[in-house]
Design a binder for this molecule. Structure first.
Ligand SMILES: Cc1ncc(COP(=O)(O)O)c(C=O)c1O
Length: 444
């Protein structure tokens, strides 16, 4: 039996230790969702809640898509599970081909995982395997970035730069990691529309780190093209290109974590294409299956793959993988999802709605306590000055008020992040912005 929290009128919630949640606070005033369709959730009391966050940046095609649930149910009754270690079944091969066709450059080799965290750790391991395979086993250092989020594996939290995710584990993080400065610069860039103008020089810090550690010791630089969990931190104009130039010059791999920017979120299949920078590896998850079934994928360049394939043909080239890599049901969900993205032109739709989204969000700029509004693609964020009651209180207040008023937004400290499904229409933009405005005005 779980010990009861005396403040908790909802005893049946006790046993689930919820992730990234203030468990006791949540369980005393829970928000429980029961159903979802299109742009809306319905909570357990029957209230409709507009999804301003695509779940957790997952459901780009909107909720409960019949095409996906039918594909899943067909697949589970036909072939529920099959191993992919020294065995195979057709779907992940087909899915890998489809993903290769969507990827930039020659990123046409695909390693399947079950989550963004696993994709991050897989990418780091592939980077090390590649360096070793080409005779540069010294290259083991990773360079991440402050405020970066690459999931919760030890690799991800080490290369990531989210202080709270690292603090409790700090004595056991990967030893060889350095960090670039983050690119958030509200002083110079507040209320920018789209990518901020100032900050390309933050990429030059990479040259300094390379001078300090020696290029011959560095395996890879890993960044999100746009940091979501760190607080919607956008790349300044020219910044990603500069990172690419420097990594190429020093023969260091560049990994883009596109777990949230992939699949149309910024108006292209990947941010790499939107911002015209081709990395060596891309990590994905979330919207790959529209969030319906857990799955991730790591897209790897031909050069890396071929370098890792030099041992005799009967040798396992990479001692890495997951029981569920290329799971048939997840692969069926992903294939159905990619069909929807293609048939409904959702990546283009995201780009098409961007201007309207941007101007609606920036209408919040003059409100009290609002110190920044940021946007790109169908991503948005409103940042508040911390209230006198402490950092994060205002963000949480706005988040709970919006939920009460029927709109799901995401609070991360004093930042409200928005990432609606790409099927969003003008009326949904109105509802999100009007509800936010009211919540911001009533926040203390
Ligand atoms: C950029 C990025 N990478 C990795 C992850 C981790 O994904 P997961 O929670 O599926 O492990 C996330 C999750 O939000 C993310 O935003």
């Amino acid at each position: 039996m779980a010990e009861q929290n005396p403040n908790n009128a909802h005893a049946q919630l006790e046993n689930f230790w919820m992730p990234f949640t203030a468990n006791r606070q949540f369980k005393s005033t829970p928000r429980l969702l029961a159903k979802a369709e299109g742009m809306y959730y319905t909570d357990v009391d029957g209230n409709s809640v507009l999804d301003g966050t695509a779940g957790l940046w997952c459901c780009n095609a909107g909720h409960s898509r019949r095409e996906i649930s039918e594909a899943v149910s067909r697949q589970i009754s036909e072939l529920d599970y099959a191993p992919t270690f020294q065995m195979g079944h057709p779907l992940p091969y087909e899915l890998a081909q489809r993903l290769a066709a969507l990827s930039p450059g020659d990123l046409n080799r695909v390693f399947f995982t079950n989550s963004g965290s696993e994709s991050g750790d897989t990418a780091l391991k592939i980077a090390l395997a590649y360096q070793r395979a080409r005779g540069q086993a010294n290259r083991t250092l990773f360079i991440g970035r402050e405020l970066g989020y690459h999931g919760t594996g030890f690799g991800g939290i080490s290369v990531g730069g989210m202080v709270n995710n690292r603090k409790a584990f700090s004595n056991q993080l990967l030893p060889g990691v350095a960090h670039l400065p983050h690119t958030l610069d509200i002083e110079r860039n507040a209320f920018s529309r789209g990518l901020p103008e100032h900050g390309i020089e933050k990429a030059d810090a990479l040259e300094q780190l390379i001078a300090l550690h020696g290029a011959e010791n560095i395996a890879a630089v890993m960044v999100e093209p746009m940091s979501g969990s760190g607080g919607v931190v956008l790349p300044p104009v020219g910044y990603l290109k500069r990172l690419r130039e420097i990594t190429t010059k020093h023969d260091i791999l560049l990994i883009f974590d596109e777990v949230i920017t992939g699949f149309g979120r910024v108006g292209d299949a990947f941010a790499a294409q939107r911002w015209d920078v081709t990395p060596d590896i891309i990590t994905t998850a979330k919207a790959l299956t529209n969030g319906a079934i857990p799955m991730g994928a790591v897209l790897v360049s031909e050069k890396i793959y071929q370098t890792c394939m030099q041992a005799p043909e009967d040798t396992i080239e990479l001692f890495h993988g997951y029981t569920y890599s290329g799971h048939p049901v997840a692969a069926a969900a992903a294939l159905a999802t990619l069909d929807i993205y293609r048939d409904e032109k959702l990546f283009e739709r995201s780009r098409h709605m961007e201007a309207e989204w941007e101007s609606a969000l920036h209408s919040l700029a003059g409100l009290d306590h609002v110190i920044d509004v940021r946007n790109t693609g169908l991503i948005g964020c409103v940042q508040f000055a911390p209230s006198a009651q402490g950092a994060g209180k205002r963000g949480y207040e706005v988040f709970t008020q919006c939920f009460q008023d029927g709109v799901l937004v995401r609070a991360s400290g004093d930042i409200i992040a928005l990432s609606p499904p790409l099927i969003l229409e003008s009326k949904h933009i109105d509802q999100i912005v009007t509800t936010l405005e009211k919540a911001i005005k009533s926040a203390s």
